[in-house]
Design a protein around this ligand. Structure first.
Ligand SMILES: Nc1ncnc2c1ncn2[C@@H]1O[C@H](COP(=O)(O)OP(=O)(O)OP(=O)(O)O)[C@@H](O)[C@H]1O
Length: 204
């Protein structure tokens, strides 16, 4: 799929002969791929293969052991991407709405109760995060994707803990983002639904 929306021509990701290491051990080497606007890259691999490490490297939190990783776009890396980690990183005593307001301030977006409805959290706005189910907490973590538009989404097992409607939601979010010219790189154990433009297997 090639994007044609607001992110078209905004960002490209080029990875050449990438090698990553953690704790003095090389996880994988020789990984090359490119992602243009509208791309959806699925990252597969066994537990411990290095999927999360790859996402964290693209996000700029880890340095490659070897190779090059170039994110080319008009803005700097941190304002070009959303990284939704495996852990939801919610504040236990803060409400659903206050998380959304906090992210709106942090990411430069706007709080909008409709977006909480879009991720299936209608009626839960005043609930503290510690009282949410795992799936509801995952939906809240994903809501930040809608709060501020950013061209690159790095998603670590985004559908973890989600029910069938949650899986459909993740698919819809990814397809809509691609249609706007966004790029999605997702670490998964099972296919999410949308046909990937590329599937990478790390640590094989
Ligand atoms: N801080 C760390 N120090 C040392 N080793 C680490 C550290 N973090 C992760 N590792 C190791 O790096 C390897 C890759 O971990 P990573 O989380 O990237 O794998 P993954 O493919 O995402 O796994 P999973 O499918 O289980 O989520 C693992 O062997 C892990 O034990």
């Amino acid at each position: 799929m090639s994007g044609s929306g607001p992110f078209q021509d905004k960002l490209t990701l080029r990875v050449e002969s990438l090698a990553l290491s953690r704790g003095g051990r090389v996880l994988f080497e020789g990984l090359s791929f490119a992602a243009d606007p509208g791309s959806y890259v699925e990252v597969r691999g066994a537990n411990g293969a290095g999927k999360t490490s790859l996402l964290r490297t693209i996000a700029g939190f880890l340095k490659p052991f070897a190779g090059t990783l170039v994110l080319q776009g008009p803005e700097d890396r941190q304002t070009s991407l959303h990284y939704v980690a495996h852990a939801n990183a919610l504040k236990p005593n803060a409400s659903v709405a206050s998380h959304a307001r906090y992210w709106a301030g942090l990411f430069g977006g706007a709080f909008d109760a409709d977006l909480l409805a879009r991720v299936g959290l209608s009626g839960l706005e005043q609930r503290e995060a510690r009282t949410l189910s795992q799936g509801q907490a995952r939906r809240l973590a994903l809501s930040r994707l809608l709060i501020a538009p950013r061209p690159l989404w790095l998603l670590d097992e985004p559908a973890a803990a989600l029910d069938a409607s949650g899986h459909a939601l993740v698919s819809e979010l990814i397809e809509a983002h691609r249609a706007r010219g966004g790029i999605v790189v997702a670490a998964v154990h099972e296919p999410l639904g949308p046909a990937p433009s590329q599937t990478l297997t790390v640590g094989a």
